[in-house]
Design a protein around this ligand. Structure first.
Ligand SMILES: Cc1cc2nc3c(=O)[nH]c(=O)nc-3n(C[C@H](O)[C@H](O)[C@H](O)COP(=O)(O)O)c2cc1C
Length: 190
C-alpha cells in the first residue's frame, strides 16, 4: 500500500484550495492502492524557514521541522494542490518545500492546479522546477482547473467536471505505478 499525501499549498483565510483538495481527496480515498493522508500547510503553520543548517544535512533544531520531516518521510507519492500567486506557487508552499531535503527525494509528484484563466499553469511549471531541485520525480499527469470558482456551489464545494475527473484517475494511475517502482528502489537502497 502506498501512502499518498495530498499537500494543500495555500493557507490564507477563505482559501479555495481546500475545496479543490477535498474533491480530489474524495476520489483518492476510493482508490484501494493508497492510504491517503492530507497534509494541510494551514494546519502545520510552519514559520518562515528558520533552520540554521542546510536541510540536506537533516540536522533540524526545531520541533516543527522534525514533525514536518516525519510526515513527509512517510509519503510515497505527492499530490500538490496549488494555485498561482503572481505566476508562481504560493509562498507558503515554497517555504514548506524549502524546509526539507532528502525527505522529498526519489518520490513521484503531480499537481492539482486551480486558478484563473490559466488554471495556474505557470505555478505548476514553477513547482516542477523546485521539485527537480529536491530530486522528486515530477510527472506530467495532473488536474487543471481554470476559472475553478465557477465550479463551486453555494456551500463552496468544488465539483470537478468529466475532464477533470478523468485526469484525476489518470493521475492516480501513474502515481500508483511510479510510486510502487520508486518505493521498491528506495527500499533496495536502504
Ligand atoms: C496574491 C494573489 C495572487 C494571485 N495571482 C494569480 C495569478 O497569477 N494567476 C491566477 O490565475 N490567479 C491568481 N490569483 C487568483 C487565484 O487564482 C484565486 O484567488 C484563488 O482562489 C487562490 O487560491 P486560494 O483561494 O486557495 O488562496 C491570485 C490571488 C491572490 C490572492
Amino acid at each position: 500500500m502506498l501512502n499518498l499525501q495530498i499537500i494543500i499549498g495555500s493557507v490564507r483565510q477563505g482559501r479555495g484550495g481546500l475545496s479543490v483538495a477535498e474533491w480530489f481527496e474524495d476520489i483518492a480515498r476510493k482508490d484501494t492502492r493508497f492510504t491517503v493522508e492530507r497534509v494541510d500547510l494551514a494546519e502545520l503553520n510552519l514559520p518562515i524557514m528558520d533552520e540554521p543548517n542546510h536541510p540536506r544535512l537533516q540536522r533540524y533544531t526545531h520541533d516543527h521541522t522534525k514533525r514536518f520531516s516525519e510526515i513527509i518521510t512517510r509519503g510515497d507519492a505527492y499530490v500538490f494542490v496549488t494555485t498561482e500567486y503572481n505566476y508562481a506557487i504560493p509562498g507558503a508552499l515554497k517555504n514548506a518545500l524549502d524546509y526539507l531535503g532528502p525527505e522529498w527525494a526519489g518520490k513521484p509528484m503531480c499537481a492539482v492546479a486551480y486558478g484563473g484563466v490559466s488554471g495556474a499553469a505557470r505555478a505548476v511549471e514553477d513547482l516542477r522546477r523546485v521539485a527537480v531541485a529536491l530530486k522528486m520525480i515530477p510527472l506530467v499527469q495532473g488536474v487543471v482547473c481554470p476559472l475553478y470558482a465557477q465550479q463551486r456551489d453555494d456551500e463552496g464545494r468544488f465539483h470537478g467536471n468529466q475532464t477533470q475527473t478523468e485526469a484525476a484517475a489518470e493521475t492516480l494511475n501513474i502515481l500508483a505505478e511510479m510510486g510502487a517502482v520508486l518505493k521498491a528502489r528506495r527500499l533496495a537502497a536502504a
